[in-house]
Design a protein around this ligand. Structure first.
Ligand code: 1GP
Length: 255
């Protein structure tokens, strides 16, 4: 097993200071696999560095969605599974996540135990990720039974993030929840970034280029966007996304 996807992500962080990942929820109520593949293709053309496929309530059409996406893009396609049912042999890699601030052992270690043999069988590259859900948390917070990290307590987020690093995780992901009204607070991103050596991904409720740039300038290495990409890409073919990607790269050059 070669760590191709993770190495590509690390190399892109080294080269551009930042990675942009586009999240596609393979939900038949949102879009068909064909539409998902079209979104992925336009996202790649706009400069996104990878496609994440998954969601807290994703079901049913994951294999088909992945097969169609893989036909359209050259960038890595990474699973972002909401459960064992979110695994598929048709991706390049999987974010092997532990929801460290869950109240329930299922989301911390049991679901990973149930899924691990499939990852081996499917020959997926696992990328270990500490998943930390910040208030308001959205569906992920609800489904994952998270003890949401309070927005005004960056030190709690830092404690979890350092614990993740010391436990050997490859990266941490600060998640405010898909479609959140407010993204992860910048002082929290700053506090975590100041002391952490492993990459920080930040996602949930990041909408405008300006907002994304501020998150990047605060120390995020990976920015994840889903809702806004799915929405705008239909309207402008990827123009807004391309603006966002330019804005985050510029923010990194300055910081
Ligand atoms: C995925 O929460 C992110 O983990 C995506 O959030 O849909 O708000 O971009 P958005």
């Amino acid at each position: 097993m070669t760590n191709t996807t993770w190495n590509t992500i690390l190399e892109t962080i080294k080269e551009h200071g930042i990675v942009h990942l586009t999240l596609i929820d393979p939900d038949p109520h949102k879009q068909t696999p064909k539409d998902a593949a079209q979104i992925a293709k336009l996202a790649e053309q706009a400069g996104s560095n990878g496609i994440m496929v998954g969601g807290s309530t994703a079901f049913g059409i994951i294999d088909e969605t992945l097969q169609k996406i893989k036909r359209e893009v050259h960038i890595p396609v990474i699973l972002f599974p909401g459960n064992v049912s979110g695994l598929s042999r048709f991706a390049d890699a999987v974010f092997f996540m532990s929801l460290l601030n869950s109240r329930t052992t299922y989301w911390i270690v049991d679901v990973q135990t149930l899924g691990a043999r499939y990852i081996k069988q499917f020959n997926l590259e696992p990328i270990s990720m500490a998943y930390l859900i910040v208030d308001p948390g959205g569906t992920a917070g609800y489904v994952g039974d998270a003890r949401l990290i309070p927005r005004h307590k960056p030190e709690i987020a830092l404690g979890y993030a350092l614990a993740a690093q010391y436990l050997g995780f490859s990266m941490v992901y600060l998640e405010a929840g898909s479609g959140a009204d407010n993204a992860v607070p910048l002082p929290m991103v700053e506090a975590v970034s100041k002391y952490l050596d492993i990459p920080r991904a930040v996602g949930g409720g990041i909408t405008t280029p300006k907002e994304a740039a501020a998150v990047a300038a605060s120390g995020a290495d990976i920015i994840v966007q889903g809702t806004i990409v799915e929405r705008t890409i239909r309207e402008d073919g990827g123009k807004s996304l391309s603006n966002t990607i330019q804005a985050i790269q510029k923010a990194k050059q300055k910081s």
